[in-house]
Write a protein that binds this ligand. Structure first.
Ligand code: FES
Length: 224
């Protein structure tokens, strides 16, 4: 028989001052619980900050780059005519601007100019120009302006609007519940039109053809 005796390695040691000193001098192998906690909290904070930053940039991006959803410079009436040179813009026919997703229409073709000023509700009378959002208020298709009658006609379900986007009342003029929506606009002193496509005013309720507030079609026959 031997007197040799092996101490189990996990037997609790008395926390004498010598033992504590030894523990402090020998760092823990691997990663400590405290360090793991710090790394986890730091990583979560970094992720949260990155998401917040990305969301803010995504929200502001249209305004920063001047695209749809922010401010879009259209130009003068001459620019609108030039860009839509095959269309009778000077007679009040709508011109199209893809970058603003908008139709630009002379309010009163008897005055061949945009008038400087601000129009936050997009009515168009004061500036002599109205900017209409391209989405049909029914289900979102893009109405087309028709050269025959100077009206907008929606190819999806046949809603019809005059050249200023006013919906004609009656089932025969389609199911849209209101007129085309409008963008806030401003015209500088040099006649340059700029739209704020972040500000949309809903179009008014339909009006019966023949009543004030809707322009009759130029021809009884349309394009649809
Ligand atoms: Fe225009 Fe239905 S989407 S009439």
């Amino acid at each position: 028989m031997s007197n040799y005796h092996v101490e189990p390695i996990d037997r609790p040691q008395a926390l004498t001052s010598v033992a504590l000193k030894s523990l402090r001098q020998h760092p823990v192998q691997g990663i400590s619980r405290r360090r793991l906690l710090r790394v986890s909290i730091g990583g979560a904070l970094l992720l949260w900050t990155t998401e917040l930053l990305a969301g803010t940039i995504g929200f502001l991006w249209p305004n920063l780059k001047g695209g749809f959803g922010g401010s879009v410079k259209i130009g003068t009436l001459d620019d609108v005519k030039l860009k839509n040179s095959s269309l009778p813009i000077d007679q009040g026919f709508p011109g199209y601007f893809q970058e603003a997703r908008a139709f630009i229409v002379l309010f009163d073709p008897g005055r061949q100019q945009f008038v400087p000023g601000d129009d936050p509700h997009g009515d168009g009378a004061a500036l002599n120009v109205r900017a209409l959002y391209q989405r049909c208020p029914h289900l979102g298709c893009k109405p087309n302006p028709c050269l025959k009658n100077f009206w907008f006609e929606c190819p999806c379900h046949g809603s019809r609007y005059d050249r200023l986007g006013q919906k004609a009342l009656g089932a025969q003029y389609g199911p849209a519940p209101r007129s085309m929506d409008r963008f806030a606009a401003k015209v500088d002193t040099d006649g340059t039109l700029t739209l704020d496509t972040s500000k949309i005013t809903l179009g008014p309720l339909p009006i019966a053809v023949g009543q004030p507030g809707i322009i009759p079609p130029k021809s009884p026959v349309g394009c649809l």
